[in-house]
Write a protein that binds this ligand. Structure first.
Ligand code: SF4
Length: 446
């Protein structure tokens, strides 16, 4: 927990020498507590005092990174337990599990299946970002490294599920430059695993037979100086896994216990083995509470569409409307003579309507008004998508660039037609359909 001004004041030498730029040590301490000044600005503080203030100022949950280049992802860094308090920071990421115990044909099918889910929704690429490579109990280094090599071809961030340090070392030799997560430390091997992960510069995953063992092992690894960790909260049952995930997150954010302050892995391929429907249902639960990485046996479109949609809703700022840049978007090879279709800048409206317009194949100047990122009816009700605002936008932004004088407005604001006809002389105002799904037929008939 961050120190108060009084607590920081107790650490100062109380010389009131003004060398920090403040008239007194107390004034300096207050400014440090507010984050306005850095503790190092007092030259008379001991190294221990500086270290303790810095440690106290660290966020309760660490941000951990894995992967390289464009593939690098951040996990954790959360500051609140509930989305209504503040925006969640790092999205839950999904991994598909491969295991040395699987038949070659199954592994091959999964490797072919993973890249198939790759699409865009509201400007965000949706795909399986991670692959969990599990080392079965009977696997040797050769079998495991062969599977890791195959997984590397997918170009996803790997999680090496391996508790055998010797085998893990062989696997890291192949993929350490891709900065995978080595999920292999437990009470029996944490020293060896921590050294291995630190040497390879990768994140270490910590697991245990119960929450106490997970906690003690994490604390022991921290004592070794390794804080580049994630906590595998997967327990012996679904109930225990959920309890572990909640306790770890509450420990970090509510109790401010930094040993709990790491992102989590929830392995549903283990907790609900063989039950794909249950895994999907649980993945939605752990997306909300509190899985940083969720491992599943498969991620086809059947799992991806609801999960990625849910994730997109959870990990956005509820106070900030999702909007696109107002302006003219040329669809289907539109030019200055093409029809003008207008709507609001709410991102979901833009992507749904532009998708249908593209499907129609009709060249369109898609004119997006600045409506404060609200939907059609909401912005109309708020006065942000009115006859005046649309007319102003058309006159200032569209008329200088487009010769066509036919404007399609959303069917839900058909009431604006007379006002627009008055404010935009020379324009033919056409009322479009109420629903985007009717646009293809409407455009083709026009
Ligand atoms: S430099 Fe340090 S000792 Fe001097 S007034 Fe500032 S806080 Fe106090």
């Amino acid at each position: 927990m961050a120190l108060t001004g009084i607590q920081i004041f107790k650490l100062t030498p109380k010389k009131n020498c003004k060398e920090c730029g403040c008239p007194t040590c107390m004034a300096f301490s207050m400014k440090v507590a507010q984050g306005a000044l850095k503790i190092e600005q007092c030259p008379h503080l001991s190294e221990e005092a500086i270290a303790s203030v810095k440690e106290a100022a660290e966020p309760p949950m660490k941000t951990i990174k894995a992967g390289v280049g464009d593939q690098e992802l951040a996990f954790g860094g959360e500051t609140v337990l509930f989305r209504h308090e503040k925006t969640f920071v790092s999205k839950t990421r999904y991994a598909v599990a491969l295991c040395t115990d699987m038949e070659d044909s199954v592994i091959k099918a999964k490797i072919q299946e993973i890249p198939k889910v790759d699409y865009e929704r509201i400007g965000e690429r949706m795909y399986t970002e991670m692959v969990y490579v599990d080392c079965g109990a009977d696997a040797d280094a050769k079998t495991y490294t062969a599977l890791v090599e195959k997984a590397c071809t997918l170009g996803r961030i790997l999680i090496l599920g391996c508790k055998n340090a010797k085998i893990a070392k062989s696997a890291l030799e192949i993929c350490k430059d891709l900065k995978p997560i080595l999920n292999g430390a437990d009470a029996s091997n944490y020293q060896e695993m921590s050294a291995l992960a630190a040497q390879a510069g990768v994140v270490l995953g910590v697991s245990g037979k119960d929450i106490d063992e997970i906690y003690d092992t994490t604390a022991a690894i921290e004592k070794l100086g390794n804080r580049n960790l994630v906590i595998d909260v997967t327990g012996g049952s679904i109930k225990e896994t959920f309890a572990n995930a909640v306790m770890i997150r509450r420990g970090a954010l509510k109790e401010q216990d930094r040993t709990c302050g790491y992102p989590s892995i929830v392995n549903l391929a283990k907790a609900a083995k063989g039950d794909h429907h249950m895994q999907t249902a649980l993945a939605s639960l752990f997306t909300m509470k509190y899985g940083s990485i969720i491992v599943m046996e498969q991620m086809t479109y059947a799992e991806a569409l609801p999960l990625f949609g849910l994730r997109q809703n959870i990990f956005t700022d509820p106070q900030k409307p999702m909007k696109v840049e107002p302006g003219i978007y040329l669809l289907n090879g539109a030019d200055e003579n093409s029809l003008v279709v207008t709507t609001v800048d709410f991102a979901l409206t833009y992507f749904v309507v532009s998708g249908e317009l593209e499907r129609s194949g009709v060249p369109v100047n898609f004119a997006i008004n600045d409506a404060g990122g609200l939907s059609v009816l909401t912005s109309w009700a708020a006065g942000k998508f009115s006859g005046s605002s649309i007319a102003k936008f058309i006159q200032e932004q569209v008329e200088p660039k487009v010769k066509c004088r036919r404007l399609v407005i959303p069917g839900k604001v058909a009431v604006l037609k007379p006002d627009l006809e008055e404010k935009l002389p020379g324009w033919e105002i056409i009322v479009g359909p109420r629903e985007a799904v009717q646009l293809v037929k409407f455009m083709k008939e026009m």
